[in-house]
Design a protein around this ligand. Structure first.
Ligand code: C5P
Length: 218
């Protein structure tokens, strides 16, 4: 019997990460930030100087990355890059390389390896559609562009990055468009996902709703 999985997919800055981490905490489940894997690959590709369309080299790089998630921090080849991977240019590069089907394939096993007892909460774009199609509960989180730009702005400022609301709003719409329109595992709600618009909800309300849905099913 496989461990239960809750998938939380949605567009950039819809609150997936915060909500997924808190749901995992409430249920004492493991947590997978799949976007971090794309961000780590992006960061490594920038450091090494690999072109965003050089798929073969990107696949090789992804296979070689030594990644450790621990206590909210992530290490890449021994270096703590938890903050560095959150920079906007790394997120944009992540979205640019995430269009490559071969690279996505190369990251599948790493993601599925997180599914261990007592259970997993996984957030991303294709958790419910591709990585864990048999998930116990699939959630699709949305929020208005304005609400998401505002959240991302606060996040970046808190992390010590500079940011402009207008630029963020434009960037996140461009990223949504690319993530939704790509051929390989595009951003979309799974047919059996429950959609939740979080524009007017607090994190606590969102977490409660998701945990409630999960408990109804188990
Ligand atoms: O979620 P986050 O903003 O950290 O993800 C960065 C980028 O990685 C996304 O814009 C998306 O292009 C890509 N991604 C993906 N599939 C996932 C998670 C992230 O394509 N499961």
């Amino acid at each position: 019997l496989k461990a239960p999985v809750i998938t939380i997919d949605g567009p950039t800055a819809s609150g997936k990460g915060t909500v997924a981490q808190q749901v995992a905490e409430v249920l004492s489940f493991h947590y997978l930030d799949s976007g971090a894997l794309y961000r780590l690959t992006a960061l490594a590709s920038l450091k090494v100087g690999i072109d965003e369309d050089d798929v073969d080299t990107l696949v090789e790089l992804a296979g070689d990355l030594h990644i450790v998630f621990r206590e909210g921090c992530v290490r890449l080849d021994g270096e703590d890059v938890s903050n560095e991977i959150r920079a906007e240019h790394v997120g944009n590069r992540a979205s640019a390389i995430a269009v490559h089907g071969a690279l996505r394939q190369a990251l599948i096993a790493r993601q599925r390896a997180f599914r261990v007892p007592p259970g997993l909460v996984a957030d991303g774009r294709d958790m419910g559609t591709v990585i864990f199609p048999d998930a116990t509960l699939k959630v699709f989180l949305t929020a208005s562009v304005a609400a998401r730009a505002e959240r991302r702005y606060k996040q970046l400022i808190e992390k010590g990055f500079s940011a402009k609301l207008d630029d963020l709003s434009r960037d996140l719409q461009a990223r949504d468009a690319r993530d939704s329109q790509r051929a390989a595992a595009p951003l979309k709600a799974a047919a059996d996902a429950l959609t939740l618009d979080t524009s007017g909800l607090s994190v606590e309300q969102t977490v409660e709703t998701v945990v409630g849905w999960f408990r109804e099913r188990t």
